[in-house]
Ligand binder design. Structure first.
Ligand SMILES: [Zn+2]
Length: 264
């Protein structure tokens, strides 16, 4: 559930020749508009798994994109399970968008071993199964920007996972979920919910040797106690720890964080 002042977890990656969206929960359209991003310009989508808070914005995206001629067409990277799910939801929710689904370039990702795809000559996408529920395969993500010599990794929704530490090896930014707080919610075992707390996110970031860590997928309690989350992660991780607001922009090819989204 998104906290009061936040949307569902999602992020975009903008380069000179790509506008990439990772996950598309029900709030994603408004979130993008508020961040100055035109959803019509998204050219590549990655969906980590099929839970509602990560896919329910897709039918609107399908409807919007149906009326846009893209060359090359919109690319969608997801598992077969997620493709089936979002196609069915779109057909139910926006039947008029259903025939547009065939226009898209679907790239089905394995629900298991690591695999890589070239997004451009200089950008590589790598995915691998992380520690989600057995009934819901969840893929972690790594993006390498070889021309810039920078990289990012995204845990998606997961219990602490060595796969994430490995995917994030030496990355410039690890975007890791912190659904719980170890100190404020000591009686909860995040693993039982296939999630992590901020202390565990810090441990994974340290094992990955990431340069920066962004904590996401927060509830109301965590959002209102950012310093607690930062302190938990800092027990293990000595790099820069961010708890971004919606719309914050992190420039990977320079050090730092600027609060306002650059107009696209
Ligand atoms: Zn989620």
């Amino acid at each position: 559930m998104p906290p009061r002042d936040r949307g569902n977890t999602a992020f975009t990656v903008r380069t000179e020749n790509m506008l990439f969206l990772a996950d598309a929960g029900p709030s994603v359209f408004g979130d993008m508009y508020r961040a100055g991003i035109d959803p019509a310009r998204i050219d590549t989508i990655f969906l980590s798994h099929g839970h509602a808070d990560h896919i329910l914005g897709f039918p609107q995206m399908a409807l919007l994109q149906k009326f846009i001629t893209k060359d090359p067409p919109l690319r969608i990277y997801c598992t077969h399970t997620v493709r089936e799910s979002i196609s069915a939801i779109t057909q139910l929710a926006f039947p008029e968008a259903a025939d547009g689904l065939n226009k898209f370039n679907w790239i089905e990702l394995a629900e298991g071993p690591r695999q890589s795809h070239d997004l451009t000559d200089d950008i590589q996408l790598t995915t691998e199964l992380v520690f989600g529920p057995p009934y819901m395969p969840v893929l972690g993500l790594r993006l390498d920007f070889f021309d810039k010599n920078v990289s990012l990794a995204f845990s998606a929704d997961t219990a602490p996972s060595e796969t994430v530490a490995s995917l994030g090896h030496n990355c410039d930014l690890l975007i890791h979920e912190a659904s719980f707080s170890a100190t404020m919610q000591p009686d909860i075992s995040p693993e039982l919910f296939f999630h992590s707390d901020a202390r565990q996110a810090g441990q994974i970031a340290a094992r990955a040797n990431a340069k920066r860590l962004a904590l996401v997928h927060l509830g109301n309690l965590q959002t209102n106690h950012r310093r607690v989350l930062t302190a938990e992660a800092a027990e293990s991780f000595s790099g820069l720890i961010l708890v971004p607001d919606d719309g914050d922009v992190i420039q990977l090819d320079v050090a730092g964080l600027s609060p306002a989204a650059a107009a696209l």
